[in-house]
Design a protein around this ligand. Structure first.
Ligand SMILES: Nc1nc2c(ncn2[C@@H]2O[C@H](COP(=O)(O)OP(=O)(O)OP(=O)(O)O)[C@@H](O)[C@H]2O)c(=O)[nH]1
Ligand SMILES: [Mg+2]
Length: 465
């Protein structure tokens, strides 16, 4: 089937999550979407159903052959273009139960609709020009937001802040291209060359520099959307699982004085001061002949590799010069926080001694058992990740990984164009690179985008969105 045909179908899906609940919504979109419910909906107290747009109608869904009632519902019709997809949309608000919703959906499909693909409603909103691609992508970020901050970022995106920024950069780039093109077209009539120095300054200030800022923003704040992997690593029995329980505020993990209690990785999502984290407890790191433990250790190594931040936990009692060098080696080049646990077992004198000895590591001292120093540790975790807690004060434009590769490509093309201007290459060639940069930036907002890329983006959505 050609994709253009596909986009003319009437599509339908259950938009609320599977399960039991108060209300479940079936959404239908496409030209003349009302036709799919005409024979299924019986309005309460009216003989004929001629709905006005954007009004709720009370009634029943029935099986048309038998007139058997399926459910008592509200139905709302949103006439194009004032709808999510800019097409005619019908929503049926029924009771939320898998049997009732499936039965209604089956009837709707029987009236000529087909089942929507994941993200297809939002894809149509994009294809019909209601939202650009960055706004469409923000919809999934809203649904997947792991913290309020992530939601702020997603809302900024869905409000078009990234779209506006990219459009501004493209407009500035277009004006430089126009000036160069004019100099090519009218070469004979123009007494002087274009002001190349001025064009270079414009490219630097209005293109290269804002592109760099956007890329930097992703690196410094992208974790608000994507989440951070935080692993607790250390020798057996130093209190890793006890610390995990403290941070979770729950006795999730088994804790015991037998070394090797934790043998497998255990991960739990947690939110520290608005930062979404995935906290991972690992098997104690040591030599072992036990095959099950060895497996656990292999996983610990992999976890260290893939974690964004490591909590390296030590027991104050044997922390002196006895730090496990193999763990230290594994932590090389990784962000980590050194933590001395069990300070309840030593006196202040010992703590000060350790602080001096390990000043370079600027360790945190805690007692996982007695809940001491945990607040300080949380602050350190946050500052380690954000660098500076205020980093995301106001500007919430944060590109995603797809945007980043395009921003970088566009930046490289513009830099190449500037180098070519410097080495006196003809404006025709400079214009080619700048033109390509324009179309690369266009892909971010969805201009001339490859249909396969579109499919990939929308396949990340759930069905019914
Ligand atoms: N006194 C004291 N004991 C602690 C503290 N933290 C943990 N423990 C005890 O130390 C023992 C080991 O704790 P776990 O949390 O199981 O240690 P672990 O690092 O997860 O151990 P493995 O999973 O075997 O690697 C338990 O008996 C805990 O109660 C602490 O701050 N002070
Ligand atoms: Mg453990």
């Amino acid at each position: 089937m050609k994709s253009s045909d596909k986009n003319n179908d009437i599509i339908a899906a259950t938009s609320t999550p599977t399960g039991h609940g108060g209300v479940g919504i079936i959404k239908i979109s496409g030209r003349n979407a009302l036709s799919t419910v005409k024979f299924l909906f019986r309005p309460g107290g009216q003989a004929y159903f001629t709905p006005e747009s954007h009004k709720f109608y009370y009634g029943y869904m029935v099986s048309p052959e038998t007139e058997k009632k399926i459910d008592e519902v509200f139905l709302v019709y949103m006439k194009e273009p004032r709808s999510y997809t800019r097409e005619d949309v019908v929503e049926i608000h029924a009771h939320a139960g898998p049997v009732v919703l499936n039965l209604i959906l089956k009837q709707v499909l029987g009236q000529g609709a087909r089942l929507a693909e994941p993200g297809e409603f939002t894809k149509r909103a994009f294809l019909n020009g209601r939202i650009d691609l960055t706004r469409a992508e923000s919809v999934i970020d809203i649904i997947n937001a792991k913290s309020e901050k992530a939601l702020d970022i997603a809302n900024a995106g869905s409000g078009g802040r990234l779209f506006n920024k990219i459009s501004d950069i493209r407009a500035d780039l277009t004006s430089v291209v126009a000036e160069l093109e004019a100099s090519i077209d009218f070469a004979e009539d123009v007494a002087e060359d274009p002001d190349f120095e001025n064009l270079k300054t414009l490219l630097f200030e209005n293109v290269i520099s804002p592109l760099g800022e956007l890329i930097e923003r992703f690196e410094s704040t992208g974790f608000y959307r994507d989440g951070i992997r935080l692993a607790i690593v250390g020798r057996p029995n130093v209190g890793k699982s006890s610390l995990m329980n403290r941070l979770l505020d729950d006795d999730r993990m088994i804790v015991s004085d037998i070394p090797g209690t934790t043998r497998d990785l255990v991960q739990e999502p947690i939110n520290i001061k608005g930062l979404p984290l995935l906290l991972i407890d690992t098997a104690g790191f040591h030599d072992t002949d036990d095959p099950i433990e060895s497996q656990g250790l292999l996983r610990t190594k992999k976890t260290i590799d893939s974690a964004d931040l490591i909590l390296f936990l030590l027991d104050v009692n044997d922390a002196g010069s006895n730090i496990d060098t193999r763990i230290v080696e594994l932590l090389e080049g990784k962000k980590s926080i050194t933590i001395f646990n069990m300070i309840d077992l030593v006196d202040e004198h010992r703590v000060n001694g350790l602080l001096d000895e390990h000043r370079l590591l600027s360790p945190v001292f805690i007692s996982a058992l007695y809940n001491k120093g945990i607040g300080e540790l949380k602050e350190k975790i946050v500052s380690c990740i954000t660098g500076d807690e205020n980093i995301v004060a106001n500007d919430t434009i944060v590109p995603n990984i797809r945007h980043i590769s395009l921003l970088e490509r566009a930046g490289r093309l513009v830099e190449k164009a500037i180098q070519n201007i410097d080495s006196g290459v003809s404006p025709e060639l400079v214009v080619i690179d700048l033109g390509e940069a324009l179309s690369v930036l266009g892909e971010i907002i969805g201009l001339n985008i490859n249909p396969d890329v579109l499919d990939l983006i929308f396949s990340r959505f759930c069905i019914g969105k």
